[in-house]
Design a protein around this ligand. Structure first.
Ligand code: MN
Length: 137
């Protein structure tokens, strides 16, 4: 991985899940920071302005839906992509997550391949967007 490491904020209250996500992302060369509830997630997003946020939906103090709404209403943090991590599988839940401003979502249990490909999508998209748009070979 070249250049400055991308920073990913993991907002997740379950310790085992947080460790899994952290280990996988660090192994891939990303920097990670962590929050364990929605309020802390909002504060850390503002303070560190990460390149991407992975947001668990079910969180204590403030859930991931509300935290995402606040992040998306704040000028400082609104451009940061938020990928929700949700245990819900109903069609209405996807809508709820996307309506709050999440860019996308992955479902629990977290599959490592899916997690990494989604993370790569959003982190690399912003760098390669203009160059790929100009290359039709
Ligand atoms: Mn949770």
């Amino acid at each position: 991985m070249s250049g400055t490491k991308k920073v990913i904020l993991i907002v997740e209250d379950e310790q085992q899940n947080r460790k899994l996500i952290r280990d996988v992302l660090q192994l891939k060369g990303y920097r990670t920071i962590e929050a364990v509830n929605g309020v802390e997630g909002v504060e850390m997003a503002k303070q560190y302005k990460p390149d991407l946020i992975l947001m668990d939906v079910q969180l204590p103090v403030m859930d991931g839906i509300e935290a995402t709404r606040i992040i998306k209403e704040d000028n400082i943090t609104q451009t940061i992509p938020v990928v929700a991590i949700t245990a819900y599988a109903m069609p209405g839940d996807k809508e709820r997550v996307l309506n709050a401003g999440c860019t996308d979502y992955i479902s629990k249990p977290v599959h490592i391949k899916e997690l990494l490909s989604r993370v790569a999508d959003y982190l690399e998209e912003r760098n390669t967007e203009s160059s790929t748009a100009n290359h039709h070979e």
